[in-house]
Design a binder for this molecule. Structure first.
Ligand SMILES: [Zn+2]
Ligand SMILES: [Zn+2]
Length: 110
């Protein structure tokens, strides 16, 4: 009869595999937590901007506000540009290109 020298090794592997699984399982959680924290920080720092964005999105979903094509070139792929976050529904509809141009003239707002 041979001594089963392999068995403890196999157990080690199983144990290591278990640890690895646990590590992999814990890690995305940690990263998720970091992301959540960053997201929270972002929202706190840009409270008005985030709030205005949410209100505008809700209004467009409800149909209170109808998405307009870019006011400069008529591109339908436009997004609402806030001139004033305290007036979330008061936006300029601009395509990506003209939105960026607008921001060059007015760096502060989005
Ligand atoms: Zn445009
Ligand atoms: Zn903007």
């Amino acid at each position: 009869m041979h001594t089963r020298s392999r068995k403890p090794k196999k157990n080690d592997q199983e144990y290591n595999a278990f640890n690895l699984r646990r590590y992999r399982k814990n890690n995305p959680e940690k990263q998720k937590a970091i992301r959540r924290k960053n997201d929270k920080l972002y929202k706190e720092r840009h409270k008005d901007k985030v709030r205005a964005g949410i209100i505008l999105r809700r209004a467009t979903a409800k149909g209170t506000i109808i998405r307009q094509p870019c006011r400069v070139c008529g591109n339908v792929n436009s997004h609402g540009h806030h001139k004033d976050y305290s007036k979330p529904l008061n936006v300029d509809w601009l395509c990506d290109k003209h939105h960026k141009e607008e921001h060059r003239n007015n760096i502060e707002k989005h």
